[in-house]
Design a protein around this ligand. Structure first.
Ligand code: PAF
Length: 287
């Protein structure tokens, strides 16, 4: 496995791969602190692609003021050792923050529709601009055929899919299922912030979303009734609700009535740690 730290070496490496037209490049962008969720993206990519590239870059511009940029877990040694051990990754790209964003850096990529403003965008108003900008830069460097993203960050995945379509990238986006701990907590690099007591509370998010799933399966059509029940369940604990919403999984617009496919998405604070999770439920009726 190659470890590349600078952009021009990465361009050279990719140019070399691209000379063989049969190569299919699969790309998994990450911020490191790798867990089984990331590994499942790599395993999925390895089924479709013969060249797998992982990036590790804690992107400063997607963290708002007062967020956890400085304390975000970083362990490049552990991450690279793990990537080496799974033997499916051809290259890990670990760019330097000063090369990605030199002092005169001035270009940002941003969706101008509602997508980055809803759900997580309400409490993190600059977050998705940071994500679209960095992923755009990474796609220009890695030039993948396929991009692998996790459903845990579903709003991010939908926004990136839209950016890729709007900017005419010839890249397939593959959204992979959420990987969970045994008690249902969605895997996340931020779970290590949780104290043992908070860790016991955290699975409430998944449990509450499952109540929503069951209500839809039993025929409930009013999103507000479902949201109320999900919130009621979360409030049985000390967790603080950021949002619970039921939206269209393509547009992220609120559903007035349950029909077709719906995305139930939620964010809560357990102590100081913000956790997100979601579920997609498909109903039989289309209207
Ligand atoms: O999901 C993440 O880890 C990040 O938001 C991403 C896509 C790597 C961009 O920094």
């Amino acid at each position: 496995m190659k470890i590349i730290n600078n952009i021009s070496n990465m361009h050279d490496y990719i140019d070399k791969i691209k000379r063989n037209k049969k190569n299919i490049i699969g790309f998994i962008p990450t911020m490191g602190a790798l867990h089984d969720g990331h590994l499942s993206l790599i395993h999925t990519a390895a089924k479709d692609c013969n060249k797998i590239i992982v990036s590790i870059f804690v992107n400063p511009i997607q963290f708002g003021p007062g967020e956890d940029y400085n304390k975000y877990p970083r362990d490049i040694k552990k991450d690279t050792k793990l990537l080496c051990s799974i033997k499916k990754v051809n290259c890990v790209f670990i760019p330097d923050v000063n090369e990605m964003y030199p002092p005169d850096y001035a270009t940002y990529v941003q969706l101008e529709n509602e997508m980055p403003k809803v759900l997580c965008g309400i409490s993190r108003p600059t977050h998705f601009k940071g994500v679209t900008t960095v992923v755009c830069k990474l796609l220009n460097i890695v030039k993948p055929d396929k991009l692998y993203l996790g459903q845990k960050d579903m709003q991010q995945a939908i926004i990136l899919k839209k950016m890729i379509k709007d900017l005419n990238y010839k890249i397939d986006v593959i959204i992979c299922p959420i990987i969970r701990e045994k008690d249902g907590l969605a895997m996340s690099s931020r779970n290590i912030y949780l104290t043992p007591d908070e860790r016991n509370i955290a699975p409430i998010l998944r449990k509450a979303l499952q109540i929503g799933e069951s209500m839809i399966e039993l025929g409930e059509k009013d999103p507000q009734v479902i949201i109320k029940e999900i919130k009621r369940k979360i409030k049985e604990t000390d967790a603080i609700i950021d949002y619970v919403e039921i939206v269209d999984p393509e547009t992220l617009l609120k559903k007035e009535r349950i029909s077709g496919k719906v995305l139930i998405a939620a964010a809560i604070f357990v102590g100081n740690t913000r956790l997100i999770d979601n579920t997609i439920v498909e109903t039989k009726d289309v209207h």
